[in-house]
Design a protein around this ligand. Structure first.
Ligand SMILES: Nc1nc2c(ncn2[C@@H]2O[C@H](COP(=O)(O)OP(=O)(O)OP(=O)(O)O)[C@@H](O)[C@H]2O)c(=O)[nH]1
Ligand SMILES: [Zn+2]
Length: 197
């Protein structure tokens, strides 16, 4: 959006809508795949395409750090089955994930919704699933100050299901830090919550 100046009256005109360059990219894409971008059904598509990419790439997860001073005497906190969508950085196609996050609070406990906010923040960029779980674990560790953090994700990638090998499959990736590093009851409990049944 730009504001122009009227030379005659010396007043500022109403802001002009400038076209998002992403609209031109969408038009060109439509032409390249043999479509007519001016046909009725497609007229608004470049603008929608631009809005969706801006929404994806400029996503704001909001405040992810509210915590409360509650004495938890070493208990584990696990937030399971956070559903999210991300975009594969190789093909720009979506993948969905069910993410489970666990940590052992040191002092303060993090607000429940903040785990989903953190997960969505890192999903809203071009990703691979292995890096997604690491990014989430890094931020949970940084915000809570806890060395005991685990993140497990199970996802389906459209780049594998709908194109290429065309085989739906479940990918699992995980990060286990601190107390979760060792195979034992704590890790088993996490796995049981992340993958019920
Ligand atoms: N490890 C991992 N691989 C991914 C992820 N998302 C996509 N891929 C893979 O990235 C690879 C890219 O391989 P390339 O050979 O460069 O590309 P391609 O010819 O399109 O590969 P195909 O998908 O096998 O058709 C593929 O094997 C994808 O399945 C991810 O999150 N993690
Ligand atoms: Zn892909």
């Amino acid at each position: 959006m730009t504001t122009t100046h009227d030379e005659r009256t010396g007043t500022a005109n109403e802001p002009e809508q400038t076209r998002d360059p992403l609209e031109d990219i969408a038009r060109q894409l439509l032409v390249e795949i043999g479509e007519n971008p001016d046909r009725d059904g497609l007229k608004e598509t470049p603008a929608r395409f631009a809005r969706w990419w801006r929404e994806f790439s400029q996503y704001d997860a909001g405040n992810t750090s509210t915590s409360f001073p509650i004495s938890t005497s070493g208990q584990m906190v696990m937030v399971g089955d956070i559903r999210l969508w991300s975009l594969c950085e190789h093909h720009l196609l979506p993948f969905n994930c069910s993410v489970t996050i666990a940590y052992r609070p040191l002092g303060d406990v993090l607000g429940l919704s903040k785990f989903a906010r953190i997960a969505h923040r890192h999903a809203h960029r071009l990703q691979v699933q292995e890096r997604l779980v690491q990014d989430i674990a890094d931020e949970v560790g940084a915000v809570t100050g806890s060395p005991d953090v685990a993140v497990v994700a199970q996802g389906e990638h459209l780049c594998m299901s709908m194109r290429g090998i065309r085989t739906p499959a479940r990918m699992t990736s995980s990060v286990f830090r601190g107390v979760f590093e060792e195979y034992g009851p704590v890790r088993q409990e996490l796995i049981a919550i992340a993958f019920p049944g």
